[in-house]
Design a protein around this ligand. Sequence first.
Ligand code: GLC
Length: 501
Amino acid sequence: MDIPWWRDAVVYEIYVRSFADASGDGVGDLVGVRERLPYLQRLGVDAIWLTPFYPSPMADGGYDVADYRGVDPLFGTLADFEALVTAAHEHGLRVIVDIVPNHSSSAHPWFQAALKGEHRDRYIFRDTTNNWQSTFSGPAWTRVADGQYYLHLFAPGQPDLNWRNPEVRAEFLDILRFWLDRGVDGFRIDVAMGLYKAEGLPDVSDQSFKAVSPVWGQPEVHDVYRDWRRVLDSYPGERMAVGEVWTDSSEDLALYLRPDELHQSFNFAWLQAPWSPTAFKKVIDDTVSTVRSATWVLSNHDVVRHRTRYDAADPGTGLARARAALLTMLALPGSAYLYQGEELGLPEVTDLPDEARQDPVFLQSKGELPGRDGCRVPIPWTVDPPSHGFSPGGAEPWLPQPETFAELSVEKQEGVADSTLEFYRRALACRRELAGSIPYTLEWLKSPEGALFFTRGPLICAINCGLRPVRLPAHDEVILSTGALKRGLLPPDTAVWLRRS
Ligand code: GLC
């Protein structure tokens, strides 16, 4: 049986605002992405995922969509998008776009009409509220001029759509077709376990992203994905969908991945796991035993960058652990999602000035929560300020880059053998070379304390999460390691790929 392209794909997330700015206004754009396609091809990824570039007031960096069929002038034009898709395909890269079905922007014509009292049932308006909270903090309800309230599980500028209204369902099928007709290879579905809310909107005692609660994970959502799957399957070329599904268990996750639903879902368990061989093993076992097509991810535009997460747990270990976790993740069966800048070893920028912060998490919590701007700082391409090659001319990037970005820039790392960038390039090249010869399944090998060894056909992956060096398993050849190996020993915070004897 032919293996679909997405099953083992390495997908690179582009947070468009912060990747590359071609227009010189300090904000990344679609032409900027197109100009950097050779970089991505050289990096060795298979696909790019573009975060929302649709017309938007940017109350949540574009996850508040005012027009699902257009491009915001900040990011370019529809022609720029089409040129990007064509050029990406010429570079051998597939294109996944973000779709945001749980809510629209309050600037969307539907919501503007609703405010005037027209078709309010496309959203969730009520005379009284319940105790639900916005994910970004504060109440999930905002009052409008005539006294009714509308539900927004995120920012007030992101009213939740009413998926019990068939008009909403029909509209999104049409939006999918609009982008499929323009050649996209897949969709990343924002808040995919959202959409439906329990009838009657009962109060809740705990509103965390749970598989099934009155707020998230209602069973009706699966029918939507069955419809979407039929649309995707009606197009040639293995079009796919990956859901942003936050659940408590891999069993709940697996529900979204039934053969007639989504192709993939993010698997946040790996990203949430502490630096521990037991935790890693449990996540891997749970995932491969319950999920049909596994995915792995360490960082994205919503979480603290993994280098900094590891550093926070054990200062000084961040970069070594980030590289070791990555090499281990790339050895696992399934596809891997990378987040822009992790190939440079970028840390979270924790000291952004308050005036610069734009994330609604920071704004809605009145500064109590730092928000997610720290992982969204524009990419340093070159050594020199003011923007490290992010913007042409003298434009200041929309978030300030710290001085340390000079040393981490692409220019600084290119061609430097032990740089993180060159390590990523080697790892992705080795993964590609091995792809044809390794089976989908993995087998555990007996591992010394603190370490984890597993094998897939000729490949052995070993990671040492412990405090002491461990002896490597028997092997013929070292393919790649994240740090120096000494006399057959694997040092702490290091991972290695070996060819099996
Ligand atoms: C998802 C996005 C996040 C956004 C939220 C609301 O979690 O990844 O960035 O704020 O949905 O759309």
